[in-house]
Design a protein around this ligand. Structure first.
Ligand code: ZN
Ligand code: ZN
Length: 428
């Protein structure tokens, strides 16, 4: 699942006060507000959006008020000026995160606001930035936002991450096309992945969420102690699962008891691995866009949960600074299953955006585990979570490793084996 750590199309608003969405963009805004963040009457919604996506963010604002929101608060970000900062700001600034920004996120989280994060990073905006500066800046931010982040990852506040095309991102996904054409193609792809192309998108989501719930029930019933992964790319990895691990996917319960969908799109079912239980080699099957830098052709070798060796064809510096964040960055915090034949995978588009790519492929995450993925975990302190096998880190970074020939075997407590994946897809 994509955790939005990086707090960072023209449309005419003339029809905005009509009750029925008149175009796909309005339908999409409505879906994110009503199904994703599921904004409640009198709630505050915080929209965290790049300035390039402002017109869409305003549509979401209108939908939130229609849903009964008391107030919609914006936090605008701009990665182009962030890039200038990385190149030109004083060195000491990379170890700071402003107190007012921490107070903003903590304050709204503690007060019960919902958060809508629009994630639309140019995959190469930070190319050439000193990876050490980037790592220091990310660490300073992650430390300052520890309270907020732990509330988010423990399901203590409502959040939804979704994406909106920007020119830079669209041109990376559809190289060789003009700006307008690339943007249009990316909108079309996004609409397909979030089921806006269906007659009744909300009903389509209900059906999709029910199918994911059924899959979760099957996996939960097996109570696997480990999963063994193999494919022709060279992955040969066994990952232990902690006792009491819980599978999630699709919708989840908010603190208020109503259902939200934290990532849109979402096709994955996921749980936590035991932090000390990965052994063997995993080879990535897609590039990773990590904070505006691409890492390609990479692999990790694990011993008792820890990355003991790694390599990459491209972006090795970025990978190294990610792994050097802290010890938890060298251990796994998420195990996610996505069929190779998932609707997003079938589009055959490499999005260079984790929100989409992780839902086209089986993946793992390096770094912090979602505490909710072990029984009672949401209310455990750090020591209890570690004892339960949950990994902790300042980062949570998903990377993709699914392939058409991936097989996954589940090991049950009695030692018996169950085929979970065969030829890249669920075996049940
Ligand atoms: Zn995931
Ligand atoms: Zn994740």
């Amino acid at each position: 699942m994509l955790y939005c750590q990086d707090i960072q199309g023209a449309v005419i608003l003339g029809a905005r006060y009509k009750e029925t969405p008149v175009n796909p963009m309005e339908q999409y805004a409505r879906l994110l507000v009503r199904v994703g963040a599921n904004v409640q009457k009198d709630q505050v919604l915080v929209i965290d959006s790049p300035i390039d996506c402002a017109e869409f963010a305003r549509l979401a604002q209108v939908e939130a008020y229609r849903a009964g929101a008391a107030e919609v608060v914006f936090r605008w970000t701009d990665e182009k000026s962030a890039r200038v900062g990385f190149d030109m700001a004083a060195d000491a600034s990379f170890d700071r995160y402003p107190e007012w920004a921490r107070a903003f996120f903590d304050g709204y989280s503690d007060a019960g606001a919902a958060f809508l994060h629009i994630f639309a990073s140019d995959p190469e905006i930070m190319k050439g930035v000193d990876p050490e500066r980037m790592s220091r800046k990310n660490k300073a931010q992650a430390r300052a936002l520890e309270h907020y982040r732990s509330r988010q990852m423990s399901g203590k506040h409502v959040w939804c991450v979704a994406s909106v095309p920007t020119v830079a991102w669209a041109r990376k996904v559809f190289p060789g096309r003009g700006d307008a054409e690339a943007i249009e193609a990316l909108w079309k792809a996004i609409y397909e992945t979030v089921r806006i192309d269906r007659d009744d998108p909300v009903a389509a989501w209900k059906e999709h969420l029910a199918a994911l719930r059924a899959r979760i029930a099957t996996l939960q019933g097996y109570a696997f102690t480990a999963l063994r992964y193999r494919n022709g790319l060279g992955t040969n990895l066994t990952v232990a699962l902690p006792i009491g691990h819980l599978w999630f996917g699709g919708g989840e319960d908010s603190p208020g008891g109503y259902e939200i969908v934290a990532n849109m799109p979402t096709e994955e079912v996921f749980t936590m691995p035991h932090k000390d239980g990965a052994n063997g080699r995993v080879v990535a099957s897609m590039p990773l866009n990590h904070n505006g830098n691409l890492v390609e052709g990479f692999w990790f070798e694990f011993k008792d949960g820890l990355v003991v060796d790694y390599g990459a064809d491209k972006g090795l510096d970025t990978l190294k600074s990610l792994l050097d964040t802290d010890e938890g960055a060298r251990r796994l915090g998420e195990v996610a299953l996505v069929p190779y034949g998932s609707p997003i995978s079938r589009l055959g588009i490499l999005f260079y955006n984790t929100l989409f790519d992780e839902n086209a492929s089986c993946h793992f995450a390096l770094g912090k585990a979602y505490p909710t993925c072990v029984s009672g975990g949401a209310d455990m302190d750090a020591a209890a979570l570690a004892a339960a096998g949950a990994n902790d880190s300042l980062v949570h970074v998903d990377f993709m490793m699914g392939s058409a020939d991936l097989s996954i075997t589940g090991i049950r407590p009695d030692g018996s084996e169950v085929a979970v994946f065969a030829d890249g897809d669920f075996a049940f």
